[in-house]
Design a protein around this ligand. Structure first.
Ligand code: F6P
Length: 365
């Protein structure tokens, strides 16, 4: 009989939540328990749980009935991280390296591996833990789809579906009131959600961080449509879009977070600016966290399940320091180090951008 290579695995979900997290947890637990008789514990609230040894045992019962549920049954945090942990000293917040506590808890629980499910912040911390001796496997999660070395992150398809539905609905008011409706979608410094939902929802102008815009070009596009008898326009703008030579719009600074800047507000800026320049009524909608919630699409459920299965495979093969990934339609894995090196932005020679331009969609450039 083959020797068992893992008896006990810890998992955690960290960073912003997204649809599909529970589907990954479910796949990992079901495969570990049923196929390999491996014990699983789930740390609560991301690295917070690992640092304070807060966890729950995960068995068949906990993994049941969660496939369709948004968020994460484990809880998450985009603030707690072992190498820059915020602690209050008097009235001041200071940052400490508490990685030794996290490492000690991994050892205390006699874990053979830790599966970290998260985006670039989570996986960067996971990489450091790997360098400090832990057996780590990463699973790429983010609605932003901005992680390198994987074509898709789960959560992205669900977010695009939500954004597309919103654009479809905004068409009603745009058409009835002959207005410019501007919808701001998430994505941080990458325009994936805007590009895909803009294409799926038939946006007339799509503004993405990768292509800085000129306000005159946007106004010209609206005017051109008016001349053609189209009395409304739909603008899909990524929260990270910015004008040529200008800056992104920052909504707030979350000091304790590992990525402090929260973007948001560009849609309202654009609405004011367009109204001022060409006197057409504009309305801004900021879709916000609606994109992160709700039940995952079937695509995300399948992707999350495949990722979970591959994560267990990597642990069993002792292939640590790697992140599961999708390349084309093939599940594979890549070094975490490569995945977190740089953000995956939309290439300017993307076929999608080319097709949209050919369809006379404006990118504001
Ligand atoms: O990374 C996911 C994401 O939803 C981004 O698209 C967005 O900029 C950010 O997180 C919002 O973060 P928070 O939940 O802290 O407001």
């Amino acid at each position: 009989m083959k020797k068992k290579t893992a008896k006990k695995i810890g998992i955690l979900t960290s960073g912003g939540d997204c649809p599909g997290l529970n589907a990954v947890i479910r796949a990992i637990v079901k495969i570990a328990v049923h196929a390999h008789n491996i014990e699983i514990i789930g740390f609560q609230d991301g690295y917070e749980g690992l640092i304070h040894n807060r966890f729950i045992p995960l068995g068949s019962r906990q993994a049941s009935g969660i496939l369709t549920i948004g968020g994460t049954i484990l809880g998450t945090s985009n603030i707690a991280t072992p190498y820059r942990y915020a602690v209050k000293e008097g009235k001041k917040i200071i940052y400490k390296d508490v990685s030794q506590k996290a490492i000690a808890n991994y050892k205390r629980n006699k874990l053979d591996a830790l599966i970290a499910i998260g985006g670039d912040g989570t996986l960067s911390a996971a990489l450091k833990l790997k360098k400090d001796g832990l057996n780590i496997v990463g699973v790429p999660k983010t609605i932003d789809n901005d992680l390198s070395e994987t074509d898709w992150t789960f959560g992205f398809d669900s977010a695009v579906t939500t954004a597309t539905e919103a654009i479809d609905k905004l068409h009603s008011t745009a058409q009835s009131h002959h207005r410019v409706m501007i919808i701001e979608v998430m994505g941080r410094y990458a325009g994936w959600i805007a590009l895909f939902s803009g294409m799926a929802g038939g946006g007339d102008v799509i503004l993405i961080p990768e292509i800085p815009y000129r306000i005159e070009k946007i106004c010209a596009k609206i005017k051109e449509r008016q001349k053609l008898g189209k009395r409304f326009s739909i603008i899909v703008v990524a929260e990270g879009a910015r004008p040529v030579g200008g800056e992104v719009v920052v909504a707030k600074i979350v000091e304790k977070s590992f990525d402090k800047i929260r973007l948001g507000g560009i849609a309202s800026r654009l609405a004011d600016e367009i109204e001022r320049r060409i006197q057409i009524e504009c309305r801004a909608t900021i879709l916000g966290h609606v994109q992160r919630g709700g039940t995952p699409t079937s695509f995300d459920r399948v992707l999350a399940t495949r990722y979970g299965a591959e994560a267990i495979n990597l642990v069993l093969r002792k292939n640590f320091g790697r992140m599961v990934a999708l390349k084309g339609n093939k599940i594979t894995s890549v070094p975490i180090e490569k995945a977190v090196k740089k953000l995956k932005l939309i290439p300017l020679n993307s076929g999608l951008i080319r097709s949209l331009r050919e369809m006379n969609v404006s990118f504001g450039d």
